[in-house]
Design a protein around this ligand. Structure first.
Ligand code: SAM
Length: 449
């Protein structure tokens, strides 16, 4: 958008840039086009823009794909955008109130924007938080924030933001932008940052909740030594294993150190792939078509020969009526990376459903809670030849998820899951879909009274 067009549009709307909304409009067309190119929009596919303003980026993005979702707070711009970009969906309101979980049904999509600087770090956390619906992100940020995001250990810029976001995202400064290409001219420099999902093999998995807790605590007073900040009794032993002095501060630990420290603190190995595959020796009861025990066989044989067996699924709701879903780890032999019930597991040989359910709840989520039987499923191809009992529980989290089994988890409203499952059933494990349908038909997905 040219400078003259920006001035004319503001005059037409009878308004001036609002400083408190971080309004600095980009008037360099080449840079605008280039930023949109970095976002990697696919023709015909959806994308999200945060803070479109008067459409400096939007006009180039809609040329590639008309299916934009625009999050704009300004009361005068939202109707204007609706008129000028009719193919897009305008979400008029504070982008911080936008629920990224509403995007999962569309599949992973690019998110970009010249962000309003007064809320850019909150917006960064909101859209990078795990699980994120974004396939990649391109943001123009205040240069100082961009440098913190991409910082190296042992520098003044390196901090909790670098490490928390870095665990799942590669952040790279693509370009520094001079203030003069914006109107009004901002007092600070800007940088365009690209965020792409981190390559799985470059960093071990760990318990995400514990990782966040340790990193936040460690950096909360960055001049203090970690032995004081972290309150880990075994810190002397852990620091030796990490190869850092016991007097180390938060900024001395690399991202890989923080992940390893999390695994040391939770007692988990750093290589989770081995643990995940060490299950083939487990013994299951084999049952007949009436769910009567007729034999016992190792897990590998039961699955390979499609023998009928037993399993439990647990649906954990919170007080808001949201259901906790887990994303299965990439090492799972069945349905890796698919979304699944809050907890689920096989009934081992000699066990029954009612003793298996609380055990699985503790093993997979690290909690215990009263369980209520909510439904049953007969064995079929979609249940993986399992006779399933479905339990409900209520818990607010947080949960301790074993990284070898579960990549991440999150609460979702049943409406969000319903739409997501309708549009993208391939994102879910088959057994979960069957359990969901059963509870849905029985009206058991609503909050418990
Ligand atoms: N994209 C336009 C451009 O490059 O010219 C405008 C960028 S301007 C830096 C930031 C935009 O974010 C403004 O349109 C402003 O109204 C909008 N904005 C500010 N705070 C917002 C918030 N909390 N939620 C959504 N939009 C916001």
């Amino acid at each position: 958008m040219k400078l003259s067009t920006i001035s004319a549009t503001l005059a037409e709307l009878g308004t001036k840039p609002t400083q408190s909304l971080g309004q600095n409009f980009l008037h360099d067309q080449n840079i605008a086009r280039w930023i949109v190119e970095q976002a990697g929009i696919t023709p015909g596919k959806p994308w999200v823009e945060i803070g479109p303003g008067l459409g400096a980026l939007t006009e180039f993005a809609t040329e590639i794909s008309p299916r934009g979702i625009l999050l704009e707070k300004d009361d005068r711009f939202a109707p204007w955008l609706r008129k000028h970009f009719p193919s897009t969906e305008i979400v008029h309101g504070d982008a911080l109130d936008f629920d990224p979980r509403d995007l999962f049904w569309r599949g992973p999509l690019p998110v970009f924007g010249n962000l309003p600087y007064y809320v850019s770090s909150q917006l960064l956390f909101q859209f990078t938080a795990e699980p994120s619906p974004a396939s990649r992100m391109v943001f123009t940020l205040q240069r100082e924030l961009a440098e913190r995001l991409c910082a190296k250990p042992d520098t003044g810029e390196y901090g909790a933001l670098t490490v928390l976001i870095g665990r799942r995202w590669n952040a790279r400064i693509l370009k520094h932008l001079p203030p003069q290409i914006f109107t009004p001219v901002p007092k600070v420099g800007s940088s365009v940052v690209l965020l792409t999902p981190r390559d799985d093999d470059l960093l071990p998995e760990c318990d995400g909740a514990l990782f966040r807790k340790l990193v936040k605590r460690g950096f909360s007073q960055r001049r203090k030594q970690l032995q004081k900040m972290l309150e880990l009794e075994r810190w002397p032993e852990f620091s030796t294993k990490l190869g850092v002095p016991s007097t180390a501060r938060a900024e001395d630990l690399s991202l890989a150190h923080w992940v390893t420290l999390t695994n040391l603190a939770s007692g988990a190995p750093n290589d989770h792939s081995a643990g995940a595959q060490d299950v083939n020796g487990e013994m299951f009861d084999v049952v007949d078509e009436h769910n009567r025990v007729i034999d016992q066989k190792p897990r590998g044989v039961v699955h390979r020969e499609k023998l009928l067996h037993r399993a439990i699924h647990i649906f954990v709701f919170n007080k808001r009526g949201e259901l906790f879903l887990q994303r299965r780890s990439r090492w799972k032999d069945a349905h890796p990376r698919r979304w699944d019930s809050s907890a689920a597991g096989h009934v081992n040989a000699g066990d029954d459903y009612d003793t298996t359910a609380p055990r699985e709840l503790t093993e997979e989520l690290g909690v215990s809670a009263p369980l209520e039987l909510a439904g049953e499923l007969a064995a079929c191809r979609n249940t993986g030849w399992e006779f399933v009992k479905i339990y409900r529980a209520q818990h607010e989290g947080p949960f301790r998820l074993p990284p070898s089994e579960i990549e991440c988890g999150a609460f979702f409203f049943p409406e969000q899951i319903r739409r997501w499952m309708d549009e993208r059933p391939e994102d879910f494990a088959n057994g979960f879909i069957e359990c969901w349908r059963t509870l849905n038909a029985a009206g058991r997905l609503a909050p418990q009274t």
